[in-house]
Design a protein around this ligand. Structure first.
Ligand SMILES: [Cu+2]
Length: 489
């Protein structure tokens, strides 16, 4: 978690958008000459548009819940400015580790809706920074967060208390209209159940992958995951104001305000405080949505693995008495001045143990990644460079002899939960040369070394990048003299 200084300044800019005719409220499946039926892995529109965003990473003071605090921001806001683009555009952007903002790619969808309400960006929040909390995290364990935010807003303190500070996220709807919301869990260490009182969520995409729509009252969302949902405003007969709830699940996320992470859905011009009751759920739990519901609309099956790599997760204290996470007894640690692709560019072909590196030299081979743990801690596992297929996910003890794989159009996404004391089996095909991290999306665990990397088709990497730019960037990191006190991820 580097603490950086302000980088180069410019203003956001983007090319003028030419909307795609035909993608209307009653026909969201269409997209000009393409549609929701287009296999987007094989065929992508070429709009010829490049959208370039320049960001200023600023050291700022924010008070999202009424408490002023130091924060790093993009262009002075948190969450950062919205990036929008159309399917097939090229997006060019620059950001900084620890700084987050939403991105929308316009395209066809599997469910119709009248209006796009944009982002619901969930994050956890404390009155001290994550850098201030990190020593506690790595010496004692995950700190209890003070609260959490919806689109960078929340109150702190109960509604009946005069000492309450901050304000809630509020949005207004009209009876009979349907709305698309784009949910993101950008928390460092909070698993949420998301819901809107009395309303049903129609889930139509996960991590940018369109799915066959399904309905749920409560959506489980792990760190790093995204879901697109449609909500029809059809409850005006019940109330004019409803709570929007993001409930941190205490079985894996300690939070001091678990029942007070709320926004408000107003009908019409009402501005009242809701008196509605949340949807019932039996258990505080950190789970993924059921794989039976997560059915990709573009169907893809998985073949037998050619390469299978099996990793046991453990945690222990290092000689400095700080927690480190291990995959097969190796904790990840990178060198910012000499990262993997720079080593590849310089002809290196043997790597340090702490690189946790798996080589995948051949094109278009199926790779299975098996991760299992005995500890009662769930981990959202994120892979860069690919959508992966979730072949198995269980709270049982992993047993290679009996594990059952779902190879028939399994959930396909880029973050999935390794369940508590269980296992996760993911598959992908080597169709994208690069050095790709797989890591736990809990920020503390990432910093404490819960990561590995696939070096995919190394021979092709140098031809895809500019070696001078790469060397210059790494040299600049070295000259900046930023102290690395974690895995470097
Ligand atoms: Cu983890």
């Amino acid at each position: 978690m580097p603490v950086g200084s302000t980088t180069a300044v410019s203003t956001a800019s983007s090319a003028t958008r030419t909307p795609c005719a035909g993608n209307t409220a009653s026909d969201r499946a269409s997209w000009c000459d393409f549609s929701i039926d287009t296999d987007y892995y094989e065929e992508v529109p070429d709009t010829g548009v490049t959208r370039e965003y320049w960001f200023t990473v600023q050291e700022s003071t924010l008070s999202p819940d009424g408490y002023a605090r130091y924060a790093q921001t993009i262009n002075g806001t948190f969450p950062g400015p919205l990036i929008t683009a159309d399917w097939g555009d090229t997006v060019s952007l620059q950001a900084w580790e620890g700084v987050a903002g939403p991105i929308i790619i316009n395209g066809p969808s599997t469910a119709n809706y009248d209006e796009d309400k944009g982002m619901i960006f969930l994050s956890d929040w404390s009155h001290t920074t994550v850098d201030e909390q990190y020593y506690y995290a790595q010496s004692v364990g995950p700190p209890t967060m003070d609260t959490a935010l919806i689109n960078g807003m929340n109150v702190y303190g109960e509604d009946s208390y005069s000492s309450q500070t901050g304000s809630r996220f509020e949005t207004s709807v009209e009876e009979g209209t349907s709305y698309r919301f784009r949910l993101v869990n950008g928390a460092i260490d909070t698993h949420f159940k998301f819901s809107i009182d009395n309303h049903t969520l129609t889930v139509m995409a996960m991590d940018f992958v369109p799915i066959v729509p399904y309905e749920t009252d409560i959506l489980n969302i792990a760190m790093g995951q995204r879901y697109d949902v449609v909500v029809t405003a059809n409850k005006a007969s019940i109330a004019s104001d409803f709570w929007i709830r993001a409930i941190p699940q205490s079985s894996c996320s300690e939070n001091d305000s678990p029942n007070n992470v709320r926004g408000i859905l107003h009908y019409g011009s009402s501005t009242s405080l809701p008196t509605t009751t949340g949807h019932y759920y039996a258990d505080d739990e950190c789970i993924d949505e059921s794989p039976h519901n997560l059915v990709p609309y573009i169907s893809k099956d998985v073949s037998q693995d050619l390469i299978s790599t099996d990793h046991a997760v453990t945690v222990s204290k290092n000689p400095q008495n700080l927690f480190r996470w291990f995959l097969n007894n190796s904790t990840f640690e990178t060198d910012w001045t000499d990262p993997t692709i720079l080593q590849v560019s310089n002809g290196v072909n043997s790597f340090a143990a702490a690189d946790n590196l798996i080589t995948l030299p051949n094109a278009n081979e199926w790779v299975y990644l098996i991760i299992h743990a005995n500890l009662p801690v769930p981990h959202p596992i994120h892979l860069h460079g690919h959508d992966f297929f979730v072949l198995a996910q269980s709270t049982e003890t992993y047993d290679a002899a009996t594990v059952q794989y779902n190879l028939s159009n399994p959930p396909r996404r880029d973050v999935a939960l390794l369940p508590s004391s269980g296992y996760l089996v993911m598959a992908f095909i080597t169709d994208n040369p690069g050095a790709w991290l797989a890591h736990c999306h809990i920020g503390w665990h990432t910093s404490e070394g819960f990561a590995l990397q696939f070096l995919e088709r190394a021979d092709e990497i140098s031809g895809l990048m500019d070696a001078d730019v790469l060397q210059g960037t790494c040299d600049a990191w070295g000259k900046a003299g930023i102290e690395q006190d974690d895995s470097g991820v």
